[in-house]
Design a protein around this ligand. Structure first.
Ligand SMILES: Nc1ncnc2c1ncn2[C@@H]1O[C@H](COP(=O)(O)OP(=O)(O)OP(=O)(O)O)[C@@H](O)[C@H]1O
Ligand SMILES: [Mg+2]
Length: 408
């Protein structure tokens, strides 16, 4: 029997392990990306050069490719492009997610309105039409607020309206990151921040991905909201895990999503989990490809690939089951021009080191850290306890010398 073909939208660096896995599963892999030198192209069987956001161009070229070699499934890898995925899968008559659900979940305001209507717990929110409107909301509500673009990602333009922050500045700063020039405001929810990644089938849900997001630098980077990795497994009671599964299951039901994965940003508020965001795709940041399987043994990438191909999966096979403690941290050098980036090659032999990627080199200019794309590297370590995994990450990071002319 000839190989099945999977179209993976995005050939970015974080997509590489997912493309590799699809190939290891014996699939023929077509990769689409707008960047002709995307690293994923190096291991693809066929390339489609089209921006991951350009659904028209992607379908046009996917139809051509499909004529030569039928495509059996479409998915994204570490890219927030559910609309393109849905547009292409619909166009080719393949399994996927409803186009309208993809549209709703890529507009933060539409998503919150939809969730509110369907009884999914979300923070208080409002659209904001201009600076005056924002100032009025600040005067009228007693709540701590956060402003964000409705259509951006990577925490770009996500700004807490702390007491010392000028709302007009925050409005204009956030606006720079909204392609459609639309912003919203939400109540900032105090509580544990959890990254989730779930598999939903016709009638079941399981959440192998549960990570305590590390926001130890909330003050250092304020008013921006910069996550510094996470720790798995998340420290949650069975009741809290069940509550998360219920929320994700309801999200899937109201969006008519089945046989797919859902990435969630959840905060555990005073009355249980609230949804900050639900994305109809696999996660980025090496969550699905590295930290989840390392910590739980759950091969969520395999599940996503099989479901994109329209195959039935046994969800029990992917249920979380504790394997080991895993710590992920990012590298945030001081702003300035880097004068030195040096890592002793022997650290790569450390038995607790699972991944170390440094994205910067001497001579690079490091900007002020205002969003997640400002990360200069990432590390993943394991340990017998959470503390040991964190200590291992810190020990290895402190042996790497990254100096900038700013003195960092
Ligand atoms: N209302 C809120 N209450 C508490 N935390 C929040 C709130 N809004 C955002 N955050 C935190 O800030 C992060 C970034 O916000 P958001 O997800 O809205 O932006 P984003 O651009 O999609 O970022 P990312 O791509 O990292 O998810 C959230 O994942 C969450 O940890
Ligand atoms: Mg988000």
């Amino acid at each position: 029997m000839s190989k099945k073909t999977l179209l993976i939208i995005s050939g970015g660096i974080e997509a590489v392990p997912i493309i590799k896995q699809a190939r290891d599963m014996g699939l023929r892999v077509v990769v689409s990306d707008g960047n002709p030198s995307a690293p994923g192209f190096e291991i693809a069987d066929e390339r489609i050069i089209a921006s991951t956001y350009d659904h028209e161009r992607t379908i046009e070229l996917a139809i051509e490719s499909n004529k030569k070699n039928p495509i059996h499934g479409v998915m994204a890898a570490a890219a927030d492009v559910p609309y393109t995925v849905s547009y292409v899968s619909n166009g080719l008559g393949l399994t996927g997610i409803p186009l309208e659900s993809a549209r709703i979940t890529t507009d933060k305001l539409a998503m919150k309105e939809f969730f509110k209507t369907h009884g999914i717990p979300v923070p208080w929110f409002s659209n904001i039409s201009n600076e005056e409107h924002l100032n009025k909301l600040l005067r009228e509500t007693e709540k701590n607020l956060i402003v964000k673009p409705v259509d951006s990602r990577g925490a770009r333009g996500v700004i807490r309206l702390l007491k010392n922050i000028d709302p007009d500045w925050a409005y204009n700063e956030s606006l720079k990151h909204s392609p459609s020039k639309r912003l919203m405001v939400e109540q900032w929810i105090e509580g544990r921040q959890i990254s989730t990644e779930s598999i939903v089938t016709e009638d079941d849900v399981t959440t192998p991905g549960l990570s305590d997001r590390n926001y130890q630098y909330l003050e250092r980077f304020a008013p921006f909201v910069i996550e510094d990795g996470g720790d798995l497994p998340a420290e949650l009671s069975q009741d809290e895990k069940d509550a998360i599964d219920r929320v994700i299951s309801n999200v899937a039901r109201c969006l008519s999503v089945k046989n797919w994965t859902i990435k969630g940003d959840i905060v555990i508020g005073a009355n249980g989990p609230l949804v900050i965001e639900a994305a109809l795709r696999l996660s980025g940041g090496y969550f699905c490809s590295h930290t989840i399987p390392l910590s739980t043994g759950s091969n969520i990438v395999e599940a996503a690939i099989l479901m994109a191909l329209g195959e039935k999966i046994d969800i029990k096979k992917y249920a979380p089951c504790f394997k080991q403690h895993v710590c992920q941290r990012f590298i945030f050098p001081e702003p300035g021009v880097l004068t030195e980036v040096k890592a002793d090659p022997r650290i790569y032999n450390d038995k607790n080191l699972e991944m170390l990627n440094i994205y910067v080199k001497a001579g690079d200019a490091i900007p002020k850290i205002v969003s997640h794309p400002c990360r200069a590297g990432t590390i993943v370590t394991t340990g017998k306890t959470r503390k040991e995994a964190i200590d291992n990450a810190q020990r290895i990071l402190s042996s790497i010398s990254i100096k900038s002319d700013f003195g960092g």
